[in-house]
Write a protein that binds this ligand. Structure first.
Ligand code: ADP
Ligand code: MG
Length: 251
């Protein structure tokens, strides 16, 4: 579905060029949940912005279903800082995502109700964003993306800034939304546990300039509850990821 071919990116800055990514080749299959993991500054956000079409790589091409990505629009970034408008209620914020959809009033209403339900926000439809807790705001950001049924979601450190328990709850929600939406997800995080819990594949990046160090296939079934974090399989995979990250730090 998403082909990354020889992606390199160098920023120009006042202190000289900064090479953020170097020669990434990877193919993301449809319906996979692929998470790029690596230390801060290794180019994860840059990569997502390239897939989104916000940044043109200095070298290489991204193709989505064979079509080169030349501008934004095909893949949907979730959790952009400006995604929720403070002057609209939760429900109006979700509706806003459908403004260009061309759907009939009835279909739009159905979609919004579906998104409110899927994100567990039914009782909060008329609340203002400022009245929502951090977790509820995350639900709203997710519902805003979900309502337009994007087939590709881009998640950049999606659950950073939440407390542990809310985060765990949101991990289950993200997982369930991904499954019910039949979408393909490209995610970036530095949280190994979260990467393992959510993903079907974890791609370990080296320090900057980011290069693919290893691809780890996550073999748990598709039913994921926080309990699996205690399983031998999870602990073993987590240890493997830690070793890969540690090894690169000691180089
Ligand atoms: P990550 O998301 O993995 O933390 P980023 O993709 O944000 O990494 O950044 C990779 C590197 O590129 C970092 O060293 C960062 O400082 C640099 N960088 C990111 N954006 C810019 C920019 N607009 N101009 C110059 N340097 C940038
Ligand atoms: Mg980042």
């Amino acid at each position: 579905m998403i082909q990354l071919s020889n992606i390199s990116h160098t920023y120009t800055s006042t202190t000289g060029p900064i090479c953020a990514l170097n020669g990434l080749n990877f193919y993301i299959q449809e319906n996979e949940f692929v998470t790029f993991v690596g230390p801060s500054g290794c180019g994860k956000s840059t990569l997502l912005h390239i897939v989104a079409g916000f940044v043109r790589p200095t070298e290489g091409t991204v193709r989505i279903q064979e079509e080169p990505v030349l501008r934004p629009g095909r893949a949907r970034m979730v959790f952009q800082a400006d995604a929720v408008f403070p002057w609209l209620s939760a429900q109006q914020n979700i509706e806003y995502g459908l403004r260009h959809s061309g759907l009939s009033e009835t279909d739009r209403r159905g979609r919004v109700t579906g998104a409110l339900t899927a994100a567990g926000l039914t009782d909060f439809a008329t609340k203002w964003p400022r009245e929502l807790s951090g977790g509820m705001r995350k639900r709203l950001e997710l519902a805003r993306a979900y309502v337009s049924h994007p087939d590709i979601w881009l998640l950049d450190e999606p659950l950073a800034s939440l407390d542990y328990f809310t985060r765990e709850e949101m991990q289950v929600l993200v997982h369930n939304l991904w499954r019910s939406a039949n979408s393909t997800v490209v995610c970036a995080t530095h949280d190994l546990e979260e990467a393992l819990f959510l993903s079907t594949q974890v791609v370990i990046l080296t320090r900057r300039p980011g290069q693919i160090k290893e691809v780890v296939n996550v073999t748990f079934g598709s039913e994921r509850t926080p309990k699996i974090k205690l399983s031998d399989e999870f602990v073993t995979l987590r240890r493997r990821l830690l070793t890969l990250i540690e090894r690169q730090q000691s180089q």
